[in-house]
Design a protein around this ligand. Structure first.
Ligand code: ADP
Ligand code: MG
Length: 611
C-alpha cells in the first residue's frame, strides 16, 4: 500500500511476498538460491518470518507441520483471550460462541520456498508426505526462464507436471498479474475439503521483470473452510448402532485432531463411558492417561470390538485395513470423515457420516443425549480390556526395570516418560524407537505428537521439531519439543542441527542409538567385520558405525551434547537439558544393539503400533 501511487517501476520479486500477506502467512521455510533469494529477503522486509533450512526434505516436512501446530496456536490465543474476559455467559451466548469458534477455526497452510530443478525435486518427498497425511502445504518453487524452455536452461525441469502427483493443485500463473489469484487458489485448495499440498511455480523471468506497481492487484484470503455436517438420518442410525453395541470402540485419528474435535470427543467418551483408542497422531485428543484409553490393549480392542466408530482415521495399513484377523469379520464400522471418497475403503461400513468431525461429533452427542443411555462401565468388555491393559503394562514395566547394560528400549522410554513435561511436543521417528516409544511416551494435548505418519517417512523428525519449536518459542519460554530419534532416522536430516542452533530453538534431541537400522552390531562384532579386506561384502546392510558420537554434531554448533550409557546418566542429562532453557541439546543414548520390542501375541503385519 505504501508503494501505491508512487509510480515506481520495480522488480516483481518485491511484490511476490506481498501476495502472501493477505493470505495471513506468518512463516516461510526455505532454502534460497537462484531464482528465489530476493523473494525471501523481500518477505522478511514485510515482517514474514523466514526459516532457512539445510535440505529441502526437512524443510518441506517442516512447513507442513507448521500448519498443524500453527492451528493449535491460533486456537490457544483465542481461548486465552476469552478466559481473560472471565465473564459468565448465558446459554444463548454459549451456543453462538461455539458456532463462531467452529467457523473461525484457523487453518493455514505451511509455506515453503525452493529453488528450481533439484531443489524442487528434493521437495517432492516432503510434498508427498504432507499430501499423504492430509496436511495443508503451499510450495513455491522458482523455475527457469520461460524463453529458455526446452533449450536446456539452468535447472530446467517440468516442475508443474512433476508436482501434480504429489499435490491437489499444481500451476504456473500465466502472468505476474495472475500470481495473487493463483496463490489464493492454492491456499484455498490446501485447506478446503480434505487438506493437502499445493504447488505454485514462479519462473525466473517473473522475478527479474520490471512491473508498474499500479498494475498489481491483491486477492483477499478465502473464508475459513465451510463446515459440513452429516445427514440427520445417518446420525440417528449411527446413534442406534452405538447404543446396541456389545463391545464398542472409538478410534480417534489425526483427522479428529486437525478438526479440533477434542471437546466433543472427550464428551462422547466420558458421557457414554466408551473405550477409545488413539492412532499414533490421534494421541492427545483425549489424554493418553484417561481411564477410558485402551491403548495398552490395542490388539485386543481391535480384534474383538463389534462396533467401531472411526473419527478421522483411514482403514489403511496403520489400522490393518479393517480386515480379519485383526478385526471380527462382521464388525460394524461407523466412518466419520470429511472426504466422501474415503468412505467404504477396504470395508463396507454400517454407517457413513460425511462431514467435519467437530460438527459431526456434536451431532452425535445431541442424538445420543435424547435417551439416558450409557455403555455399562461394568461390562464384560471393559473387564477384558482392563485385564489386558494391566498385563501388557506389567510386561513393559518388567522389561523397563531390567538392570542389564546396554539399556533396552523400555528402560530408556520409562526414564524419559518420568521427566516428560506435560505440555511438550513429542516428535518421534525410527522403526523401533517410534513404535515402542509411542506405547510408553504419553500425550496429554491434541496436535502435540508428530511422527513418520501415514507415509512412513523417515527423516521428518528434525523438520517437525523445528516447526513445532516456532510455536513453542512464542507460547512460553519453557515449552519444549522433545524429539526422539532412532540413530538411522536422525541421519537423514542431521545437518538441521545447525538450523536448530542458528535459531536457538527449544529442542531436546534424544538419539536412541542401537548402531543401525532396526538393529546393529556391537563393537566386538564390528571389529570382526574389519578383518575382511572388503567390508562392503560383509557389513550387514542394517549396520551403522558403532558408538557414533552424534552428540558432537550438537556441540559442533554450540549446543549441549551428552553421551549416555546408563539410566543414571540418562536421567541426569535429561534433567539438565530440561533445566537449561538457554540452549538446545542432544542426548546420544546407547542401547543394546540387538534390543527389540517385546514378544507379540500372534504374528501380524505390519508391526506398526502393536502393544
Ligand atoms: P491416522 O493416521 O490418524 O489414522 P489418517 O491420516 O489415516 O489418520 O486419516 C485422517 C482422516 O481424517 C482423513 O481421511 C481425512 O480426510 C480426515 N479429515 C481431516 N480433516 C478432517 C476434518 N476436519 N473433518 C473430518 N475429517 C477430516
Ligand atoms: Mg537404530
Amino acid at each position: 500500500k505504501e508503494r501505491e501511487g508512487c509510480g515506481d517501476v520495480v522488480g516483481p520479486w518485491e511484490f511476490i511476498p506481498l501476495f502472501f500477506v493477505p493470505q495471513d502467512v506468518e512463516y516461510i521455510f526455505g532454502i534460497v538460491g537462484i531464482p528465489v533469494t530476493e523473494i525471501a529477503i523481500a518477505a522478511q522486509q514485510l515482517g514474514i518470518k523466514y526459516i532457512g533450512m539445510r535440505n529441502e526434505q526437512a524443510e518441506h516436512v517442516c512447513a507442513k507441520e507448521k500448519d498443524v501446530v500453527g492451528w493449535t496456536r491460533l486456537c490457544l490465543i483465542r481461548s486465552f483471550a476469552e478466559e481473560r474476559q472471565g465473564r459468565k455467559r448465558t446459554a444463548a451466548q454459549e451456543k453462538s460462541r461455539a458456532l463462531v469458534q467452529l467457523l473461525k477455526r484457523a487453518i493455514k497452510p505451511g509455506v515453503c520456498l525452493v529453488v528450481s530443478g533439484p531443489g524442487l525435486i528434493h521437495a517432492l518427498g516432503g510434498m508427498a508426505n504432507a499430501n499423504m497425511n492430509c496436511w495443508p502445504l503451499l510450495m513455491i518453487g522458482g523455475s527457469s526462464e520461460r524463453n529458455q524452455e526446452t533449450m536446456g536452461a539452468f535447472q530446467e525441469f517440468p516442475q508443474v507436471e512433476a508436482c501434480r502427483l504429489y499435490t491437489k493443485f499444481s500451476a504456473r500463473p500465466s502472468s505476474i498479474e495472475a500470481i495473487p489469484f493463483v496463490i489464493e487458489k492454492a491456499v484455498r485448495t490446501s485447506i478446503y475439503g480434505r487438506p493437502g499440498a499445493c504447488y505454485v511455480d514462479i519462473p525466473a523471468d517473473f522475478v527479474n521483470l520490471q512491473v508498474n506497481v499500479n498494475s498489481i492487484k491483491y486477492t483477499e484470503c478465502c473464508m475459513s473452510p465451510p463446515i459440513s455436517m452429516a445427514e440427520t438420518s445417518a446420525v440417528r442410525m449411527a446413534a442406534s448402532v452405538i447404543r446396541n453395541a456389545k463391545q464398542p470402540l472409538l478410534i480417534i485419528g489425526k483427522g479428529a485432531a486437525y478438526a479440533h474435535a477434542e471437546e466433543n470427543i472427550k464428551k462422547l467418551v466420558e458421557q457414554y463411558k466408551l473405550p477409545f483408542l488413539p492412532t499414533p497422531m490421534g494421541k492427545g485428543v483425549v489424554p493418553d492417561n484417561h481411564p477410558n484409553c485402551v491403548g495398552a490393549a490395542r490388539s485386543r480392542a481391535l480384534q474383538f470390538a463389534d462396533v467401531i466408530v472411526l473419527f478421522g482415521a483411514r482403514l489403511n495399513w496403520i489400522l490393518h485395513f479393517g480386515l480379519p484377523p485383526r478385526y471380527q469379520p462382521d464388525v460394524k464400522f461407523i466412518q466419520v470423515d470429511i472426504c466422501a471418497e474415503e468412505l467404504g475403503n477396504n470395508v463396507k461400513p454400517a454407517v457413513t457420516l460425511l462431514g467435519d468431525i467437530s460438527a459431526v461429533s456434536k451431532q452425535l452427542l445431541e442424538e445420543l443425549d435424547k435417551t439416558s443411555w450409557e455403555y455399562p462401565p461394568e461390562s464384560k468388555w471393559w473387564k477384558t480390556l482392563r485385564e489386558k491393559m494391566k498385563s501388557n503394562e506389567a510386561a513393559s514395566k518388567e522389561l523397563a526395570s531390567k538392570k542389564s547394560l546396554p539399556m533396552n528400549y523400555y528402560t530408556v522410554f520409562y526414564h524419559i516418560q518420568e521427566q516428560l513435561p506435560r505440555d511438550c511436543f513429542v516428535v518421534s521417528e525410527g522403526a523401533n524407537t517410534m513404535d515402542i516409544g509411542r506405547t510408553v511416551l504419553q500425550n496429554y494435548l491434541p496436535r502435540h505428537r508428530l511422527d513418520a505418519g501415514s507415509f512412513g517417512t523417515m527423516g521428518v523428525g528434525l523438520g517437525f521439531a523445528i516447526a513445532a519449536a516456532m510455536v513453542a518459542k512464542d507460547r512460553s519460554p519453557r515449552q519444549r519439543v522433545i524429539c526422539v530419534e532412532g540413530d538411522s532416522a536422525f541421519g537423514f536430516s542431521g545437518m538441521e542441527v545447525e538450523t536448530i542452533c542458528r535459531y536457538n530453538l527449544p529442542i531436546i534431541l534424544l538419539v536412541v542409538n542401537n548402531n543401525g537400522i532396526y538393529q546393529g552390531f556391537d563393537m566386538d562384532a564390528w571389529k570382526e567385520t574389519l578383518k575382511f579386506r572388503d567390508p562392503t561384502a560383509v557389513v550387514p546392510p542394517m549396520c551403522l558405525l558403532p558408538n557414533s558420537h552424534y552428540e558432537q554434531v550438537m556441540t559442533a554448533f554450540g549446543g549441549k551434547g551428552y553421551f549416555v550409557e546408563t539410566p543414571e546418566e540418562l536421567q541426569k542429562s535429561l534433567r539438565q537439558s530440561l533445566a537449561d532453557t538457554s540452549k538446545p541439546s542432544l542426548i546420544n543414548i546407547m542401547i543394546e544393539p540387538q534390543a527389540t520390542r517385546k514378544a507379540q501375541a500372534g504374528h501380524f503385519l505390519p508391526p506398526y503400533g502393536s502393544v
